[in-house]
Design a protein around this ligand. Sequence first.
Ligand code: GDP
Ligand code: IMO
Ligand code: MG
Length: 424
Amino acid sequence: MKQGKVDALLGIVFGDEGKGKVVDVFTPRYDVVARFAGGPNAGHTIIFGGKKFVLRSIPSGIFDEGKLNMIGNGCVIAPDLFMAEAKELEAAGYDLRSRLHISTRAHLILPTHRVLDRAYEAAKGKNAVGTTGKGIGPTYSEKASRTGLRVGDILDRFPEKYAALKARHERILSDLDYTDYDISQEEKLWMEGVEYMRQFQLTDTATELNRLLDQGKNVLAEGAQGTMLDIDHGTYPFVSSSSTTTGGVCTGLGIAPTRIGEVFGIFKAYSTRVGAGPFPVELFDETGDRLREIGHEYGAVTGRNRRCGWVDLVALRYAIMINGVTQLIMMKSDVLDGFQTIRACVAYEKDGVRTTDMPFDTEGWQAVYQDLPGWSEDLSAMTSEAEFPQAFRDYVDFLEKELHTPITILSVGPDRAQTICRKG
Ligand code: GDP
Ligand code: IMO
Ligand code: MG
């Protein structure tokens, strides 16, 4: 029998590219949708039939009743937040328990990891990362330190393991002089969340996934965050703590590189970043404000303003290289409607030096732009490529040539239906 493939759908810039929307659109083509990295720092928005859902830990394939969804070993999971998210979906009529499998190897985010997140951020002062406060960094650090607790731990002698790790965290917080916190309420909910999670299939998702692939089933790996937030390849130290790239798909699901099929790289027709860190294309003027307003660029998890700028071809080329992107998906094209001129960052410049390669540290680098004509038509009302204005076609052609990769899907609005497939 022909083996199945794992296609990856990855955010290739600073996250919030629209992964949730496209995973939801793609789900009918697959048998399994699996998250391989990150946790409740993610906020994936799905809109259909006038309803809106923001998913954090649960894969965006969950709305298609016939499909299996997995939370892989590379993810971190907070039982209390997971319970809240899952209950909301159950209340909306979606049956999760038979269709959502969770890796016993995924790591648990404890309430004290969230306190540590705040404590480390406070200690960094003006160098704070601007994390989502969900305990992501401390949990992945704990994993690398080989002191973490995994989902499988809730099945055996959990109270003593939990108490030992919590005590360790309390000692660290006391050393940091960070003692003004109260997690009693949070801890109660968290423990309820642990009980709730026991009702789900907690399994060796890697073995299960490989067996399904051997049976010819196809899998969509749903990325979280984006390449520029990757722990190895992003704008370190202003990054998240997981592997958000194609390499992370393999380690975060337990599948071999030979299983990977298509790699879909998703990006916006412009750029955004939430949190601190260098961002050479950032606009501090009214154009930036206009992109934020029209694009509703406020974080799905924290509500923070997203920083906005024009599309960054240096970052995109780099991400295409790191991930082996085979097809590009451009989102939020409609947000650029009405701009007389559209700009694209084609290189970075610093102290008279120009580069098109990603520097070690992008701090202090200025964007070099190429201008392109804009359009005034309303893309969001368009349902086929034939309706697109010439200036938009030219923008898409320009990006494809610069990036040497086909753009096979264009998104023109937040709804499932506002998705135009071109080729591929
Ligand atoms: P994700 O984290 O990559 O899943 O993306 P988010 O959900 O955090 O952010 C994407 C936002 O853009 C959400 O509010 C979506 O509803 C919205 N969105 C997605 N595609 C489009 C599009 O083509 N046009 C517009 N205007 N909004 C979109
Ligand atoms: P999705 O999956 C955008 C950012 C945070 C912060 C940095 C580290 O919705 O695209 P963390 O809490 O992970 O330690 O924060 O990473 N960040 C995201 N930005 N989209 C996300 O996820 C993000 N997840 C984390 O703002 O700058
Ligand atoms: Mg998001």
